[in-house]
Structure formats: structure tokens, C-alpha cells
Design a protein around this ligand. Structure first.
Ligand code: NDP
Length: 285
């Protein structure tokens, strides 16, 4: 039976460390790390994410600002706000919650964020830095997965790592981080031939496709580490991952549950990035 990786507990430990580091740093410099979160429109899931980010900031005593802009906000208005935040010394991290309403150009907004305040690590400058292994910030979800592996004493070196999903926010950066940790990495997607066979090769299997309970027991090698990034609603209306947890748990050596696995780590890594941004801004002032 697999050992469950308790993302909620690990996340609380990391947040406590961030809170302690922040308190010591504020004492020394008088500067509180500041995060600005911008949301356009009222997508219910985005509203929940933004509220959770606000709460997390309060938990570690960061300064935070929330901008709730109406659905009809223009590209110019949004870019003007980003520009103002880029020049605001109290703000070290800027996060524009996606998805944006369809009339807005998300790529242009990401490009407008000062890369030094890009705590989501979505700006091509930061993406490039990750590629060459000289990062300032790591994208939050893959960074959260790496932290879960580290704190569970799972060594990636030489392991067969299979990532299913090739999105810019999860799959691709996840592959880079596992590669930098000396894993032997394979990335799969919807066109991969015989996905089950490729998955069965994995010592570490990262599932990030957004399909409820897609990964079944026959896709997992005995003793594999299974990381479930997916967040879905199952047929019963309950939250579930991409992995058929009950079927895979007896086969895996470690497994992350949904909820309570990767999810809580994502916002925690956002806090880590914001503290890093504040520290570098102070050093480069
Ligand atoms: P995307 O929809 O952007 O990407 C999904 C990827 O999965 C694509 O690369 C797609 O392949 C691949 N895929 C889809 N169906 C299959 C299939 N049947 N077989 C193989 N590959 C397939 O999703 P995201 O990366 O944004 O998110 C993935 C999941 O992770 C979602 O459930 C999302 O909610 C969750 N998530 C969780 C986070 C957390 O904090 N825990 C944070 C971010 C996301 P192709 O490219 O060929 O289309």
C-alpha cells in the first residue's frame, strides 16, 4: 500500500517556514513582501483561487492588494494597472488571475508584467531562465511537486520520470525541473502512442491532463511514485484527481491524494516566489 504524500501538512510546514523567514526579514529591513492579485470578471473558480491567495498572504503576514475589475475592463485599462503595479515599491509580486475574459489578450498582459515581479513565472524571460537552469522564480505547481518529492525523501536522480500533459503551466516546466533533478524524462500528451505502456515504465509518474480517474492500475508500475496534479469533478460531483486513487494506491509506493496533495502546494510556492521577489528587489535597490 502506497504511502500518502500529505500535501496539506507539508504545505503548512513550508508556510510556517516562510512566515518565520518573513518575520526575520521584515525585522531586519522594514520591508513587508507585497503581492497584488488582479481578477477581471467573476469566474467562480477564479474568485475562490483569489480569496485563497489573499488568505495565504495574511497567514504569512505579507502585504496584499486585490483588484477586482469588471468583466468589461479594456486591455488598455488592464495594462495601465499592470504598469502602475510594476512601478509600485510596495508590490513585489503581480499575479493576474487566468482565465481572462475572451476580449482580453492574455499574452500581452503576461509580457507587460515586470519579469522581476512575475511570481507566476509565466513571462517568457522567466520561462527561458528555467530552460537554462538559472531561474529566479519557478512556476508554482511544478515547484510544489518538487518540494513534495524533496520533503518525502524521494530522490529523482536516474529515475524514469513520465509526465502526462504538456501545458506551459504544468507539464513542460515539470519536465524541466525533473530533468534538472537528474531524472530521465519523457513527456506524453494526447497523441502519444500506447500511453499505458509508456506510463508503466515510470518510476515517477506525474499525471496532469484534467481527466477524472483516467490513470488506472494497469498504467502504473509496482512501486512507482504517483503524483496527481489533476483537479476534476467526478461523476459523483466530488473533487477528484486524474488518477483512479483507490485502484492505484495498492500498487504505488507513494501517491498524492486529491484534494490535499499537490493543490495546497501551489499557493505556498506563490508565497515563496513573492518573498524571493521582495528579497531580490531589496538587494538590487
Ligand atoms: P491543459 O488542458 O492546459 O493541458 C492538458 C494536457 O493534457 C495537454 O497537454 C493534453 O495533450 C494532455 N491530455 C489531455 N487528454 C489526454 C489524454 N487522454 N491522454 C494523454 N494526454 C492528454 O491542462 P493544465 O496543464 O492546465 O492542467 C492539467 C490538470 O491539472 C487540470 O485538471 C487542472 O485543473 C490541474 N491543475 C492543478 C493545479 C494545482 O494547483 N494542483 C494547477 C494547475 C492545473 P495535448 O497537448 O496533446 O492536447
Amino acid at each position: 500500500m502506497a504511502q500518502r504524500i500529505d500535501g496539506k501538512l507539508i504545505s503548512e510546514q513550508v508556510r510556517a517556514e516562510i512566515a518565520a523567514e518573513t518575520a526575520a526579514w521584515v525585522e531586519k529591513t522594514g520591508v513587508r513582501p507585497g503581492l497584488a492579485v488582479v481578477i477581471v470578471g467573476s469566474d467562480p473558480a477564479s474568485c475562490v483561487y483569489v480569496r485563497n491567495k489573499e488568505r495565504a498572504c495574511a497567514q504569512v503576514d505579507f502585504y496584499s492588494e486585490k483588484y477586482e475589475l469588471p468583466e468589461e475592463t479594456t486591455q488598455e485599462e488592464l495594462l495601465a494597472l499592470v504598469d502602475r503595479l510594476n512601478h509600485d515599491d510596495h508590490i513585489h509580486g503581480i499575479l493576474v488571475q487566468s482565465p481572462l475574459p475572451r476580449h482580453l489578450n492574455e499574452e500581452e498582459v503576461v509580457l507587460a508584467i515586470d519579469p522581476n515581479k512575475d511570481v507566476d513565472a509565466f513571462h517568457p524571460y522567466n520561462v527561458g531562465k528555467i530552460m537554462i537552469g538559472n531561474h529566479a522564480f519557478l512556476p508554482c505547481t511544478p515547484a510544489g511537486v518538487m518540494e513534495l518529492l524533496r520533503r518525502s525523501d524521494i530522490d529523482v536522480t536516474g529515475k524514469e520520470c513520465v509526465i502526462v500533459g504538456r501545458s506551459n503551466i504544468v507539464g513542460k516546466p515539470m519536465a524541466m525541473l525533473l530533468l534538472q533533478a537528474n531524472g530521465t524524462v519523457t513527456i506524453c500528451h494526447s497523441r502519444t502512442k500506447d500511453l499505458a505502456a509508456v506510463c508503466r515504465r515510470a518510476d515517477i509518474l506525474v499525471c496532469a491532463i484534467g481527466k477524472p480517474k483516467f490513470f488506472t492500475a494497469d498504467m502504473v508500475k509496482q512501486g512507482a511514485v504517483v503524483i496527481d496534479v489533476g483537479i476534476n469533478r467526478g461523476a459523483d460531483g466530488k473533487l477528484c484527481g486524474d488518477v483512479d486513487f483507490d485502484a492505484v494506491e495498492p500498487i504505488a509506493s507513494y501517491i498524492t491524494p486529491v484534494p490535499g496533495g499537490v493543490g495546497p502546494m501551489t499557493i505556498t510556492m506563490l508565497l515563496r516566489n513573492t518573498l524571493t521577489a521582495a528579497q531580490s528587489a531589496y538587494q538590487n535597490r
